[in-house]
Design a protein. Structure first.
Length: 243
């Protein structure tokens, strides 16, 4: 009888320990290291550097897949965003990790182009959001049920914030740009990231403000989204922000 109780206790303890380890693994941050890719431009006097993250512990197939997909993403930046100017200039791609836990990661890339002789650099943004539980990149639509009005909610919030800014800085923000740039269409909300309790929308220069200014970011609180536009992924973000 005692041996049976000891066996049951051992099995119960093992189950609890396993669950705790799994939970810790799912909520822990993945340790990242910075990698730099140096490219040759068409002019010897120019330089191009792309800085991007890689997971240090890449023993798991999931981490290896993420590292490869980031490299593929960087390759698309190299061909679509880097200007490869014939002038002597400097270009750099840097990144910021906005969120990194609960099997999710959100990264925003900044593309900086400093042409020779220009008074100001040009800056644009790209984002990379990833779900390790599915081993797939996250689209904004993945956070919401199909055919829901989530874009309208995001658009209304961004439009309100930006129109208030026109009163304080009318030389930077223009209502005509804001009205067009915040319309609830997918093309306007391609650059997005997420953090504890919010989705951050980034508008590239010229979309909602004058080209001279280096983009505009608006935080959209997750609390704005009612239950009718929630799915499991959005709920996961909401619950994580409360921990």
């Amino acid at each position: 009888m005692i041996a049976r109780y000891l066996l049951l206790f051992t099995l119960l303890y093992s189950s609890i320990s396993l669950a705790a380890n799994i939970g810790q693994k799912n909520t822990a941050k993945r340790e990242l290291k910075q990698q730099t890719l140096l490219l040759n431009n068409t002019n010897p006097g120019s330089s191009i550097a792309i800085v991007y993250p890689q997971i240090i512990n890449n023993n798991s197939s999931s981490n290896q897949l993420f590292n490869q997909k980031i490299k593929n993403f960087v390759a698309t930046l190299q061909h679509s965003e880097i200007k490869h100017s014939t002038l002597t200039d400097t270009e750099k791609v840097d990144y910021q990790v906005i969120y990194n836990k609960n099997n999710l990661i959100s990264i925003r890339f900044k593309i900086i182009n400093s042409p020779a002789g220009a008074a100001h650099p040009s800056i644009t943004f790209k984002s990379f959001n990833y779900d390790f539980s599915r081993n797939q990149a996250l689209e904004l639509s993945d956070l919401f049920p199909a055919n829901s009005n989530y874009l309208q909610i995001i658009a209304n919030h961004c439009h309100k914030i930006l129109m208030n800014k026109t009163k304080k800085n009318p030389t930077k923000y223009f209502s005509t740009l804001i009205n067009a740039g915040t319309k609830p269409i997918t093309a306007n909300y391609q650059i997005w990231s997420f953090g504890n309790g919010f989705i951050r929308i980034t508008f590239n220069p010229g979309q909602v403000a004058a080209d001279l200014f280096h983009g505009v970011s608006i935080k959209v609180p997750l609390s704005l989204f009612p239950a009718s536009v929630e799915n499991d992924k959005l709920n996961q973000l909401k619950n994580a922000s409360q921990k």
